[in-house]
Ligand binder design. Structure first.
Ligand code: BEZ
Length: 183
């Protein structure tokens, strides 16, 4: 039997699994936050990065992509997202459909050991601009998500301002590197 899985983070743009359908979709009552630590993908155990999770937010809609997948895909995703994420079952509204379908998403709740929790946007940006792990830089992860949401024509009031700050920090660091090389 196939199931739906809703992607709101890297699942929007890093699709390393087979799927039967891919549909822009919305869930109600959740919003993105860069509050989950990553010591296996975008950071290290000594210097974890910050990746996205969802927090409950009544009345807020979260846009993403829903995939209809075979059961084996969950084994792959359970392994890929093993650092504190659990599956949550919920209604998902596919664009163009009146009735929701039921499906799953991966959420990292605040009781998981890798949870880092809230910080100001400036603190989050400084953290993300500095972190790097086996899957690449934390900044690239955030900027890829911001771009993917932009392509979905969805503005995220947490992700996009954060991406602007990180972009500026990385650009100023590159400029400083170029100035240093020219000295
Ligand atoms: C997602 O893109 O839906 C996702 C984000 C974090 C962990 C697992 C999945």
């Amino acid at each position: 039997m196939t199931s739906w899985v809703f992607g709101y983070g890297s699942l929007i743009y890093k699709v390393d699994f087979p799927f039967l359908e891919r549909r822009p979709a919305t869930i109600e009552g959740w919003e993105r936050r860069f509050w989950q630590g990553s010591h296996d993908h975008r950071g290290t155990p000594e210097a974890p990065g910050r990746v996205v999770t969802l927090i409950e937010a009544p009345g807020v809609a979260c846009r993403g992509i829903a995939y209809r997948v075979e059961p084996a895909v969950f084994e792959h995703l359970d392994h890929r997202e093993k650092n504190g994420y659990v599956r949550h079952h919920l209604p998902i509204t596919l664009d163009g459909e009146a009735a929701p379908v039921w499906g799953f998403l991966y959420v990292a709740r605040e009781d998981n050991p890798a949870f880092l929790g809230p910080a100001s946007l400036d603190e989050l940006a400084a953290h993300i601009a500095a972190a790097e792990g086996p899957s690449g830089s934390n900044g690239d992860y955030l900027l890829a998500l911001a771009q993917a949401l932009h392509e979905l024509e969805s503005y995220d009031a947490h992700v996009h301002p954060l991406a602007e700050r990180v972009d500026a920090l990385l650009a100023s660091r590159q400029g400083a590197g170029r100035r240093k090389a020219a000295d």
